[in-house]
Design a protein around this ligand. Structure first.
Ligand SMILES: [Zn+2]
Ligand SMILES: [Zn+2]
Length: 211
């Protein structure tokens, strides 16, 4: 099947709730908090384990690396996007030595790998990838390589990730509203809110400034 969907077989939290490890909304501590990281990465890993089974590949670093090479050299849409991402994580960049696609912005090999991965999203049908799944993918890629983007971009996706993890949609317009509020210096107040609706309507300036 071309364009097999990703992130649909692993369990997701059904509601946005605090992470038992860091206390922030689950996902917000990604990837530094182990609780947040395991909840998020579970969706990717579930697909990778399914792929291993389908391809009759046994567990092991060597076998995983060989499978990663196969995934990354296949035509776009052959494997789920989650498996492309996982393959990138398992592959060291020959240029900068970091996780492929997540190295410093000046690394040409990482730039090429990172831009190639988004081909999937650009060419898939909406049935193969929802806009919420695309947003989830972007959020996780940005947070794994925050040095590749402006700080406000990382903070915006950090705020959005718990909602995306729980399967909620955050539209591009809402992402823009959120980023505007981050740029206005409201991250601390935004991080205390529990719904996307509240996050994107928080006044840009705190009321106390005017009192
Ligand atoms: Zn956490
Ligand atoms: Zn690199």
């Amino acid at each position: 099947m071309p364009y097999p969907p990703g992130a649909r077989s692993g369990d997701r939290p059904t509601t946005v709730k605090p992470c038992p490890t860091c206390g922030e909304l689950l996902g917000r501590g990604y990837p530094a908090c182990l609780g947040c990281a395991s909840a998020v990465d579970h969706l990717w890993l579930a697909d990778w384990l399914e792929l291993r089974t389908a391809e009759r590949v046994s567990a092991g670093e060597e076998q995983d690396r060989a499978l990663a090479v196969r995934v990354l050299s296949a035509p776009v849409g052959t494997y789920p996007w989650t498996c492309t991402d996982w393959a990138l994580r398992l592959t060291l960049c020959a240029e900068c030595g970091g996780e492929l696609g997540a190295g410093p912005p000046v690394c040409p090999r990482c730039a090429a790998a990172d831009s190639a991965r988004w081909e999937w999203d650009h060419t898939a049908t909406p049935a193969a990838m929802s806009s919420a799944e695309h947003a989830l993918r972007v959020a996780v890629a940005v947070l794994r390589a925050p040095h590749r983007r402006r700080e406000a971009v990382g903070s915006t996706w950090r705020l959005a990730l718990p909602f995306l993890l729980a399967g909620e949609t955050v539209t591009p317009a809402q992402v823009r509203e959120l980023r505007t509020r981050v740029l206005a210096g409201r991250y601390g107040d935004l991080a205390r809110l529990d719904t996307v609706a509240e996050l994107v309507t928080l006044p840009l300036a705190p009321w106390r400034r005017w009192s």
